[in-house]
Write a protein that binds this ligand. Structure first.
Ligand SMILES: [Zn+2]
Length: 369
């Protein structure tokens, strides 16, 4: 899932995202709540309509951004109070508030409000944080069930029927002619720090709450990649295979291939878009830094194996010129290519899964680094 923090995947128009084959994008609750405000988005028909995106949307709970961006945050049983990083105003996020905001935004997949345990964390701290996330998951679910029909989907072009149909659990994210959900789906989030047994316990007790999909949160927070994989492997043994399994906030191209091979269905990361704006391109020949002087006269495409609109049209020399001249088009073209590379990577993974053989893509993924 490309990350569209504030109602936009930075630098990329929605029609290009569609052309690239993005099936779902992610919006950040924290940012949209602060600006333009969820009540305004609700009034304008919800995030789909506001940003003119008819495909699926997932919103995070707001918790992670509160922990990473806001100032003077204070965690209590009730929720998290914090000051906006924009203007210093005081706010309170609770599980109920997070549900209210996400339902107002009208996402297809809503995430339970959780506490992203900091890293490193002592075992007892990780346990009490995990317990809090479980209590918040229950409160999220109770509130979500009471209000999930209040999504502002009335004017939606697709994904909505005139007559309410009962949504199948887990099917709400899929919009096609046969599945027309009238309510979003709420996913639970597994925490537990970097402790395998706490992760397992968190998974078991989150499953008891019965969600249509499950996320693994609190990873890629500074731990080694080997540790990330251990945590994912431990949790995947427990999470049901017939429901979407989502690892939040990962990763490099070779990582997402590995996690998909382990049984992960969904991932999101700012890496392809953020790196692009810094001139870092992911290619079949590895990562390249387009501002490097060696590309000044390079007439080849960013990635000779990529068929995206950027690689079919522009040279490395031109991309480098745009970047070193700080032209806005540099961010656009670099981002479009990186997203094409990520989405193509996942398309190859899906194809390999269909064929029942991931060995080729796993060994091939080494060259992605
Ligand atoms: Zn390309």
């Amino acid at each position: 899932m490309p990350v569209g923090t504030a109602g936009t995947v930075k630098a990329v128009p929605q029609d290009i995202l569609e052309d690239l084959g993005a099936q779902i994008i992610l919006g950040n609750t924290y940012h949209l709540y602060l600006r333009p405000g969820h009540e305004l988005v609700r009034k304008l028909g919800g995030l789909h309509r506001f940003m003119s995106w008819e495909r699926a949307l997932l919103t995070d709970s707001g918790g992670f951004q509160v922990f990473s961006l806001s100032e003077l945050r204070k965690v209590k049983e009730e929720g998290v109070s914090f000051r906006s990083h924009l203007d210093g105003t005081s706010h309170l996020f609770t599980p109920e508030r997070s549900m209210e905001i996400q339902i107002a935004l009208g996402a297809d997949i809503v995430m339970a409000f959780d506490e992203c345990t900091e890293h490193p964390a002592e075992r007892e701290r990780a346990r009490s944080s995990m317990e809090m996330t479980l209590r918040w998951a229950k409160r999220s679910k109770d509130c979500f069930e009471a209000h999930k029909h209040e999504v502002p989907w009335g004017d939606r072009v697709i994904g909505r029927t005139e007559e309410p149909v009962s949504a199948q659990p887990g099917a709400a994210a899929v919009h096609d002619s046969t599945t027309k959900p009238t309510t979003p789906a709420l996913f639970g989030i597994v925490q537990g720090g970097m402790y395998e047994d706490l992760r397992r316990e968190s998974a078991e007790r989150t499953i008891e709450l019965d969600f249509p999909g499950y996320a693994i949160g609190g990873l890629s927070v500074g731990e080694s990649r080997a540790r990330t994989m251990e945590m994912i492997a431990a949790v995947l043994e427990i999470l049901p295979k017939d429901k979407p399994r989502y690892v939040m906030g990962v990763g490099y191209p070779e990582e997402i291939v590995q996690y998909a091979a382990m049984g992960v269905d969904m991932m999101d990361c700012v890496l392809p878009t953020r790196a692009a704006r810094h001139g870092l391109l992911f290619t079949s020949e590895g990562r390249i830094n387009i501002k490097n002087a060696r590309y000044a006269q390079d007439q080849g495409p960013a990635d000779p194996k990529c068929a995206c609109r950027v690689c079919s049209r522009y040279t490395r020399a031109y991309l480098r010129h745009l970047f070193v001249s700080a032209e806005p088009l540099a961010g656009v073209l670099n981002t479009v290519h990186n997203l094409a590379f990520y989405l193509d990577t996942m398309r190859s993974v899906r194809h390999a899964i269909t064929l029942g053989d991931l060995s080729g893509i796993l060994s091939g993924s080494v060259s992605l680094t």
